[in-house]
Design a protein. Structure first.
Lengths: 142, 110, 142, 110
């Protein structure tokens, strides 16, 4: 099993660094380019959420990203020490329930898709807050 | 992200290069607003070189679409990379955008 | 300026994860594939040294890698808390002074090229030990 | 790293794939020792798919060369990627290895 941890300051400018690294490291698995892109996407969505929602866009905090590559799974843990998310939000997020009315572009939302995308792409998504550390765990079986 | 503006047969083509994400989405909205100021509301986004998009990037596309729709214009997407197209499909947003294989076809569709 | 920190356990199995990430992140600069490869090489040489020499191959320690990408430079700091290197070794390392006798393969060394390569590739290389933390700083101007 | 063994016109060809580094260098030495046990000391390393090499990888090449030289054999390198070749040049080690553009030419050179 291979492991690496990334730490970035909570500045959106740094998110691509973690995302691109994670995409590249998917090449150590059997994942193809499209799956690697999706792993990057989930990482970016979750890190963006920590920066924007948990840290309210203050750029001086740390976001920690744990990557674990095993034979049978690919695991990403995104951790912050900011505002804890209400667990119901994650539970309710569902790509099939996005309330967009495609007949009227005015009614299409400009946000609110991140967690639904993560849950659709990943095989297992959990959120825990322990001792002030919020941790979103995403697992993809390979 | 780099954004290049060009007028092709009277249609504004914005060629995007790089990542359409939380960092660059404001730049796209600004570029579209600049076009509207010049009364260019029929717009093509050439996305051949967009190699990453996330939900903020999708949000900026939706936002731009709403803005130009209000001016009776449209935003049409061209030359999506497979993985970018896949995310539009995942989120069903391909239903609200007209998507073309290449920028010229998108321009001619107006 | 963009910054990211990588942390790996001092197991050679993890070195490629940091190396490949760093190579990929060079694409955010004007460096070409060959220069990106060289940045990966220097990172890998330095991390290997921390694991093998500073930590004596014990796999339970941390190696920390700081990457900073600015307009004009690319900086890598490799940190460990193991045995401190004698500064003279770094000063003496020189690609032109590798004492290989190419006429006789028997006399060609199987090791001892890492620091010389790093000094040849990078524009500035320094080593400091403060409060038990050893830090090799490598800068490439771009 | 993956190592594939093949006999071509009586010459042993080891095709390497991946990273030749501190993790994989022992595997290369083992593979060469296996060949020597089978009295194959004229060896070609096809490095077309070696996309990374570090100083431990170089060290393993030198080590293998010494071992086969002792059996009056040789290790010849073929199909180096540009960046791998550059590191052999940087360290002057290209002077001790015979390097060929492709594996067949290396085999025929014996
Ligand atoms: N890491 C987080 N910390 C706190 N709140 C969060 C976090 N992630 C998501 N949320 C909450 O969940 C909502 C939905 O998130 P998401 O589906 O990613 O869409 P968006 O971020 O576009 O709003 C957010 O608007 C926010 O209120
Ligand atoms: N991070 C380090 N900590 C302690 N000693 C080191 C470190 N890096 C290098 N050294 C010492 O410097 C020597 C030369 O290192 P290097 O040029 O990388 O070649 P090699 O690692 O193959 O011996 C090593 O053999 C070791 O004694």
């Amino acid at each position: 099993m291979k492991k690496i941890k990334f730490i970035i300051k909570s500045d959106l400018e740094n998110v691509a660094l973690a995302g691109m690294s994670i995409n590249k490291l998917c090449s150590l698995t059997t994942m193809d380019d499209s799956q690697s892109f999706q792993m990057e996407l989930c990482a970016v969505e979750a890190i963006n959420n920590s920066i924007i929602h948990a840290y309210n866009n203050e750029i001086t905090n740390d976001v920690e990203i744990y990557l674990e590559i095993a034979d049978k799974y690919f695991q990403l843990d995104i951790c912050d020490r900011g505002k804890t998310m209400d667990k119901d939000i994650l539970e309710r997020a569902d790509i099939n329930l996005l309330k967009d009315n495609f007949d009227n572009p005015e009614e299409i939302s400009e946000s609110g898709r991140g967690l639904a995308v993560i849950k659709d792409v990943m095989d297992k998504v959990t959120y825990k807050s322990v001792n002030g550390i919020n941790r979103l765990t995403m697992i993809k079986y390979i | 992200m780099e954004i290049y503006e060009e007028i092709n047969d009277g249609i504004a083509v914005l060629t995007l290069e790089g990542r359409l994400d939380a960092v660059s989405s404001k730049g796209l909205k600004d570029a579209v607003n600049e076009l509207l100021k010049k009364e260019k509301s029929s717009i093509v986004l050439n996305m051949l070189k967009v190699d990453f998009i996330d939900s903020s990037g999708l949000g900026s596309l939706v936002s731009c679409l709403k803005t130009v729709n209000n001016e009776r214009g449209d935003i049409r997407l061209a030359s999506l990379q497979d993985q970018v197209r896949a995310i539009l499909e995942l989120t069903r947003l391909y239903r609200v955008f007209q998507i073309f294989d290449d920028s010229d076809t998108a321009v001619k569709s107006y």
